[in-house]
Design a protein around this ligand. Structure first.
Ligand code: MTE
Ligand code: MO
Length: 411
């Protein structure tokens, strides 16, 4: 597989890398394979087909539940360290609910639009699905993602524990602007207030210019219906902004002249600054990145070739570059970005690397298309103080010990 007839220059150097790393064992002609458990059992027909697929029983990546499993205000974290590519499998999309997951029959669900509009409207799911739909790949990230970085690094924190409150899916739905044009927004309207159908009736105010821009009213996730945890049958998807504003189980939207100052906009989801004042409506998620391989809790199998790989994203648009340091931030090299690099979506980066077996500290740094770049933890704390728990996008570093173990450190 590694040998090619006409190697391109990059292939040639890759091959050199692997040769030097002596990956795999040498064999002459057709290598004999070790006898597997399946072979020992004798050659038998495999399993048949099924109506809805399940992964291999050997695959074990799971969401990690924060708090008690049956706590309805709990959250669960995407196992970023176990994923490939940029899309999060729906079954592993992180969850954050404030009052549990409601059980909604789509045949009974309605979406109402009212307030400062010419024509108040009520849609059934079937009516919504007749409208001009689009697919868009977007991440959703809780503004509390990276919260652990306000405290000094704990060695045993892994990528999931530190950054698992972000996931990226292909969403299907209708642009909110289509619905708003249908309703006819009155000139006095400045904000849109969206309400969920869960027990807490989660409610957030959305500025009208964002509502008319790239917001989706989504029913699809990765080609099928939304998962109940993601808002089945209907959610708001407000790309690039803190996850809390993407109201799940969406049932009502009102056009209003000012923000409603809901609980989620006053006591929660505000950032207390060093001077004691709180920042409000800090919507945009800043540029972030995390190396997922190698990352905390993993172990390198001795010196040699490894591909450093991770995810980067920004609520301001596309990722322009990801820089990786293997010396704790002393020097940086640019990683390769995996196509397609989409705005407001997770972007996978990769860097071919050889570990010489000595202790090293790996760091990644995201620079987005607006030039916004991740700060060091010290720089972030100097600007923001230590009194907020949201919106921490400080650099993440992993220390590789001489024994190959990987642990969480600050740089
Ligand atoms: N109706 C409703 N919408 C909600 C929430 C909720 O509890 N109820 N949680 C919010 C929060 S805090 C986040 S981070 C995102 C999480 O979306 P997810 O669970 O699909 O990952 O949904 C937001 N929308
Ligand atoms: Mo959140």
């Amino acid at each position: 597989m590694l040998e090619r007839d006409t190697p391109s220059p990059s292939r040639r150097s890759r091959r050199g890398f692997l040769k030097a790393a002596a990956l795999g064992s040498a064999a002459v002609a057709l290598p004999a394979l070790p006898v597997s458990g399946q072979e020992r059992a004798g050659r038998r027909l495999g399993a048949g087909v099924s109506g809805y697929g399940a992964r291999s029983r050997f695959e074990v990546a799971t969401r990690r539940v924060r708090g008690a499993r049956y706590d309805q205000a709990a959250g669960s974290l995407t196992p970023l360290q176990d994923l490939d590519g940029a899309i999060t499998p729906s079954a592993l999309h992180f969850e954050r609910h404030h009052a549990g997951i409601p059980d909604i029959d789509p045949a009974e669900h309605r979406l109402a639009i009212g307030g400062l509009v010419d024509r108040p409207l009520v849609f059934t799911m079937a009516e919504l699905r007749r409208l001009p739909a689009v697919n868009r790949v977007y991440f959703i990230e809780c503004s509390g993602n990276g919260r652990v970085k306000w405290s000094p690094a704990q060695p045993d924190t892994d990528a999931q524990g530190a950054f698992g409150m972000t996931s990226c899916s292909e969403w299907s739905g209708v642009p909110l602007s289509v619905l708003l044009r249908e309703a006819g927004v009155r000139p006095e309207a400045r904000w849109l207030v969206a309400e969920g159908a869960d027990a807490c009736r989660m409610t957030r105010s959305v500025p009208l210019d964002k509502a008319m821009d790239d917001v989706l009213v989504a029913w699809g996730q990765n080609g099928e219906a939304l998962r109940p945890a993601q808002g089945y049958p209907l959610r708001l998807l407000i790309p690039g902004w803190e996850g809390n504003i993407s109201i799940k189980w969406l049932r009502r939207m009102q056009l209003v002249d000012r923000a409603w100052q809901t609980r989620e906009e006053t006591s929660k989801y505000t950032d207390l600054m060093p001077n004691g004042e709180a920042r409000q409506f800090t919507f945009v998620m800043d540029a972030k990145s995390v190396i997922t391989r190698p990352s905390g809790g993993q172990r390198l199998d001795g010196p040699g070739f490894y591909q450093i790989s991770g995810l980067a994203w920004s609520g301001r648009g596309r990722v322009r570059a990801v820089e990786v340091s293997t010396d704790g931030g002393g020097s940086w090299v640019e990683a390769q970005l995996q196509d397609p690099v989409l705005p407001l979506a997770h972007t996978r980066f990769r860097l071919d690397w050889r570990w010489d077996g000595s202790p090293v500290t790996l760091v990644s740094r995201c620079i987005d298309e607006t030039g916004d770049r991740q700060p060091t933890r010290d720089a972030l704390i100097a600007a923001r103080g230590l009194r907020s728990s949201y919106h921490n996008n400080a650099l993440q570093a992993w220390r590789i010990r001489a024994d190959g173990g990987v642990e969480n450190v600050d740089v």
